[in-house]
Ligand binder design. Structure first.
Ligand SMILES: NC(=O)c1ccc[n+]([C@@H]2O[C@H](COP(=O)([O-])OP(=O)(O)OC[C@H]3O[C@@H](n4cnc5c(N)ncnc54)[C@H](OP(=O)(O)O)[C@@H]3O)[C@@H](O)[C@H]2O)c1
Length: 287
């Protein structure tokens, strides 16, 4: 356990998105460091709803630092940051996304500009800030967007032969925990990716070996993918945003290896094979 000597985090650290892929891991890594935490989301111990500002002050009051995970469907980072300033927060670590400042990266999408507006608000707040810009998370296969496809044995996606440097959410959380509790990360924007790019077919092949059964990748059109999401109950807008986000993979923009983990932590990021070995095994997903 690392002793917590930073004055910002002698006060509790508020972790929004506390049940999510990164928030859960940020919480556990902060607790390992001996940091007092507040787990906040609609279903967490600290009830917090982005769409209900009357829930914001209670979680922010007397917090020293905030891990900020926006709700992409209703992004309200600028207003939230104002309340954080008013209530005496010192530091914000914002989860953003790779490519948000690239003009052609998320062409036509609503979500990335919202991340960018959030980044601007955080940077203009006068607080200490760190921005995390991860690419696609490895955890999408086991607990996120792609988990149903992994269970069903086929990933049907509009990503053609594009490759991605899948980032392990444990590494995102490690960078977040460092930035929330240590000096030296303020005013930094970290682009976070894994050490090598894998296509969907290559990722599926690695997962297949761990599962002991075949996981296939089937490229489909963006139209067909969006229709499928809507049939599952997604709104047209949310389906459209996901298509735009995935188009960065199709256009090979996610294949670039980035160095944010090394810059922040002084070590290499975890490889995709590490995530696969920790997560998948024969019988996975049957219970
Ligand atoms: N997935 C990727 O590959 C990827 C890549 C780059 C960037 N990102 C960004 O990462 C962010 C998502 O982070 P994540 O993957 O760690 O989370 P996540 O797994 O998507 O989970 C979402 C979290 O937000 C909470 N939440 C949802 N609606 C809420 C609301 N109205 N009020 C308060 N909390 C709410 C959920 O908890 P409750 O249900 O309990 O409220 C949950 O803890 C997004 O901004 C996304 O753009 C994702």
């Amino acid at each position: 356990m690392t002793e917590n000597t930073n004055t910002t985090t002698t006060r509790p650290v508020l972790v929004t998105g506390a049940t999510g892929m990164t928030g859960r891991r940020v919480l556990s890594q902060l607790r390992e460091r001996g940091v007092e935490t507040r787990a906040a989301s609609r279903s967490s111990a600290w009830a917090f709803d982005w769409s209900d500002p009357t829930t914001w002050d209670r979680v922010l009051r007397s917090a020293g630092a905030v891990y900020l995970v926006q709700n992409d469907l209703d992004p309200r980072t600028p207003e939230f940051v104002q309340r954080a300033v008013a209530l005496g927060v010192d530091r914000i670590v914002q989860l953003s996304a790779r490519g948000v400042d690239g003009p052609a990266y998320f062409e036509g999408g609503g979500e990335p500009p919202a991340h960018l507006l959030g980044e601007r608000a955080v940077k203009a707040s006068g607080l200490e800030w760190t921005i995390l810009r991860p690419g696609w998370f490895s955890q999408n296969f086991g607990e996120g967007l792609l988990v149903d496809g992994v269970r069903a044995g086929v990933l049907r996606l509009p990503t053609a032969d594009g490759a991605t440097t899948w980032i392990d959410a444990e590494d995102i959380a490690a960078v977040a925990a460092a930035a929330l509790t240590e000096p030296g990360h303020q005013g930094r924007t970290y682009e976070l990716g894994g050490p090598r790019a894998l296509t969907m077919a290559e990722a599926a092949a690695e997962i297949s070996r761990a599962l002991g059964r075949t996981l296939r990748y089937e490229p489909i059109s963006e139209e067909e993918y969006a229709k499928g999401l809507v049939a599952e109950g997604w709104s047209e807008a949310a389906a459209g945003e996901m298509v735009v986000a995935l188009s960065a993979i199709r256009r090979d923009l996610e294949a670039k290896v980035s160095t944010g983990v090394q810059e922040a932590l002084g070590r290499e990021p975890r490889d995709f094979s590490d995530y696969v070995a920790r997560t998948f095994h024969a019988g996975w997903g049957r219970s």
